[in-house]
Design a protein around this ligand. Structure first.
Ligand code: NDP
Length: 449
């Protein structure tokens, strides 16, 4: 093993020893650090500076009690978190996730990813992530509001437009951001628009923010395919999830002429051979807040299958996982490849396990890694902050064009670094090196802090 491979191993052992149960965090650190070894070999100063030891340690972790009462006056106690990972290039920025599976390992993994993703956007934002093990599913609007108010009553002291700017993620959409912003404003007694992003259009939100992650994913994939003279037109696409990212990935894929045949939620998936009817999905998920199983009531020719994992056995040219982490394991990766899938674009955060990614790369699948391919959401969040500071609102086309430009830059930057370090189609390595470079340089310039 080379000196830098040994250095990376030492850092991986260090985090394992410190937090042996934080598996998701260990996996993402492993993915990033092992892929940047070629860069570290050319930049040995980072070992002397113990830069890796510093970059894997959050600048601050906040955990807190969230006590609230449901509609029957029963008291519940949840746990709230904010991981402030790295502020070298800007205020901490990253979403809030409300889901029963939320724990510190998952939030540290997401915050670590966010640092490099935000760096790739070229915008001045650091990395963070937060949330709670609260489950908004099945709760009334009033219960969600009470929870959000209780959550913000502690979080408000740790965030601010120049400090830390949360946004949405799984379980946190426009409704939750509205309640969180209302409570922040009440406590602070000031109109700090840029303290949260993903706001409604009537109070400082940006056009194109809801669409940004899904659209951005398709812009990235299109750049990647254009480079290989492959068109999206008439390609069969399998998409998982039916939330924010999946919805707008379906919309843009259809606009580019592809045929999307699936979507899913955590209970099961829908297969529609005629192509997913997006209006029906939006009606079920955004208006009724129902389950995707209801799709077949409106589209009798479609099929519903219990179990979300089965979606990866549907034959396709392109797979776009847009639900959650680790949804494509090695077995699913093998099934996809055996069925002829040639392209994988990650809309969710780390939806492919490490061995699945390795399998895709070894089998010459065109692979668009999450931190590059799904960076459209945070990019438009940063544009929302800019509009808030300017006290102006840009048109849909203006924001969408900026988003297109950003996604193209991210693709070119990842591709160039992949080429420079000798593995031109390895965008995992290219994106990690490109993201790491800027953060490492900024940390070096700012001294030992
Ligand atoms: P939403 O809450 O809007 O939707 C999540 C979707 O994934 C739902 O369909 C949900 O189904 C499904 N899902 C959640 N957990 C699981 C699970 N354990 N197994 C199977 N399906 C599951 O979230 P988003 O669309 O915002 O986020 C999706 C992914 O994209 C996440 O990984 C997120 O971190 C990432 N992301 C989101 C961004 C954004 O701008 N929103 C930006 C960048 C990344 P159900 O209703 O049953 O829970």
């Amino acid at each position: 093993m080379s000196e830098m491979q040994n250095y990376v191993e030492d850092v991986l052992n260090l985090i394992k020893k410190r937090d042996p149960d934080q598996i998701e965090f260990q996996n993402t650190v492993k993915e990033v650090l092992t892929s940047i070894v070629p860069f570290l070999e050319k930049n040995p100063q980072y070992k002397e500076q113990k830069l890796l030891e510093r970059i894997v340690e959050p600048e601050r972790v906040i955990t807190f009690r969230v006590a609230w009462q449901d509609d029957n006056n029963v008291t519940h106690v949840n746990r709230g978190y904010r991981v402030q990972m790295n502020s070298a290039i800007g205020p901490y920025k990253g979403g809030l996730r409300f889901h029963p599976s939320v724990n510190l390992s998952i939030l540290k993994f997401l915050a670590f990813e966010q640092v490099f993703k935000n760096s790739l956007t070229t915008l001045p934002i650091g990395g963070g992530k937060g949330g709670s093990d609260f489950d908004p599913k099945g709760k009334s609007d009033n219960e969600v509001m009470k929870f959000c108010q209780a959550f913000m009553t502690e979080l408000y002291r740790h965030i601010g437009p120049h400090v830390d700017v949360p946004a949405g993620d799984i379980g946190v959409g426009g409704r939750e951001i509205g309640y969180l912003f209302g409570q922040y404003k009440r406590i602070r007694d000031a109109y700090d628009s840029a303290v949260l992003t993903g706001k409604g259009l009537t109070y400082g939100g940006s056009l194109t923010r809801p669409e940004a992650t899904g659209y951005g994913l398709l812009y990235f994939v299109k750049n990647m395919l254009d480079d290989k003279n492959i068109s999206l037109k008439d390609k069969t696409v399998v998409i998982s999830g039916s939330g924010n990212v999946a919805t707008y990935a379906i919309e843009k894929a259809q606009e580019f002429g592809a045929k999307v045949v699936t979507c899913s939620d955590s209970n099961g998936y829908v297969y529609d051979s005629e192509g997913i009817d997006l209006a029906t999905v939006k009606q079920i998920k955004e208006v009724q807040r129902g389950r995707i199983s209801e799709y077949v009531k409106y589209r009798p020719n479609a099929e519903y299958h219990e179990g979300c994992h089965g979606v990866w056995s549907v034959k396709c040219d392109i797979a776009l996982p847009c639900a959650t982490q680790s949804e494509i394991d090695l077995e699913a990766a093998k099934t996809l490849v055996a069925n002829g899938c040639k392209v994988v674009g990650e809309g969710a955060n780390m939806p492919s396990t490490l061995d699945a990614i390795e399998y895709f790369l070894n089998n010459k699948i065109l692979f668009a890694p999450a931190k590059a391919a799904n960076a459209g959401g945070v990019s438009v969040s940063a544009l929302e902050m800019s509009q808030n500071s300017e006290r102006l609102s840009w048109t849909f086309e203006e924001v969408d064009n900026k988003l297109k430009g950003i996604m193209e830059n991210i693709y070119r930057n990842a591709k160039k670094n992949a080429e420079d370090f000798g593995d031109p189609d390895n965008l995992v390595m290219g994106a990690n090196i490109a993201g790491f470079k800027k953060v490492a340089e900024a940390m070096t310039a700012q001294g030992l802090v």
